[in-house]
Design a protein around this ligand. Structure first.
Ligand code: PAF
Length: 285
């Protein structure tokens, strides 16, 4: 168990990090929205291996939820999260109120063109501007050496890489591979919303992604594989299937026809099981 320090204001966060820096220590940041699970703890462990000090943040960011989305039902269990952070010997938790991040009169938004467009960007209008704005703020408030994000939110990861590059924020962004349940389902705080029957069906998303990646790397036609995958997901009970698409792994652009073996490709998908929206992605080897 560590002496986890919990702060709720930006000056307290800055004072702690500044003192560490004065001592020549390096700092890693792991932004989260709480409801911590094994995938978050993998990010924390990776952070611990890369810096002297680890700062975790818990902030359910209202600006990345559209009005019809699940802000009010998003799982919140701070006391449990604090226990996990103590067990993992995290140094500092920054858990601000909404008014600390968005005080009265807040009027700025960070938007990232290109990588924010299409995929989740089409289905969750405003979502990536909300993510980009809060992550920019957390990076500038903490000024870490490295910040870690899961590859499960692959489009989000590319948005964050783009904004740090474009805004010259001196931090290294590290993408950490998706952590999965033994049956393949990508870990996510929203998995707790699945009913028992939906939980049994949910790993089909990863199975269909895996089969599609094998077929495409064997040379099958991308469009045909993706169309068949959407049909397979619908037959399994996913509805709607928002997208199942192959993209360039770095730019998220639609790949050129016959782009050749040099281009690194990724399949990304989002589909609903009942009232729960699941996303996942896989590299094409
Ligand atoms: O991935 C998340 O949990 C959130 O989108 C993030 C990066 C913490 C920003 O609110």
């Amino acid at each position: 168990m560590s002496d986890l320090k919990i702060v709720r204001t930006i000056p307290e966060l800055r004072a702690t990090v500044t003192a560490w820096r004065r001592d020549g220590q390096t700092v890693a940041l792991v932004p989260t929205m709480g409801a911590l699970h094994e995938a978050h703890m993998t990010l924390m462990q990776e952070a611990r291996s890369r810096a002297d000090r680890v700062v975790a943040t818990i902030f359910v960011n209202p600006t990345q939820f559209a009005e019809n989305e699940d802000l009010s039902t998003y799982p919140r269990r701070e006391a449990k999260d604090i226990e996990r952070l103590q067990q993992d010997e995290i140094d500092l938790l920054f858990a601000p109120d909404v008014s600390e991040i968005y005080p009265d009169g807040f009027a700025t938004s960070v938007t990232v063109k290109g990588v924010s467009e299409g995929l989740c960007g089409d289905h969750r209008p405003g979502h990536f501007a909300g993510v980009a704005t809060v992550v920019t703020k957390l990076l500038l408030q903490t000024l870490p050496d490295v910040a870690l994000f899961g590859e499960k939110d692959f489009q989000q990861l590319q948005v964050i890489k783009s904004l740090t590059r474009d805004l010259d924020i001196p931090v290294k962004i590290i993408g950490v591979p998706t952590v999965r349940e033994p049956d393949g389902l990508a870990m996510s705080s929203r998995n707790t919303h699945l009913s028992a029957d939906e939980r049994i069906l949910a790993p089909v998303l990863h199975q269909i992604l895996t089969e599609a990646a094998i077929k495409i790397s064997a040379g099958d036609d991308i469009q045909q594989v993706c169309s068949a995958a959407v049909i397979g997901l619908r037959e399994a009970g996913f509805a709607p299937v928002e997208y199942f698409e192959v993209r360039d792994a770095a730019t998220l652009a639609v790949p050129e026809q016959n782009s050749g073996p040099k281009q690194s490709l990724r399949i990304l998908t989002a589909a609903w099981l009942g009232a729960t929206r699941l996303i996942d992605n896989i590299a094409i080897a």
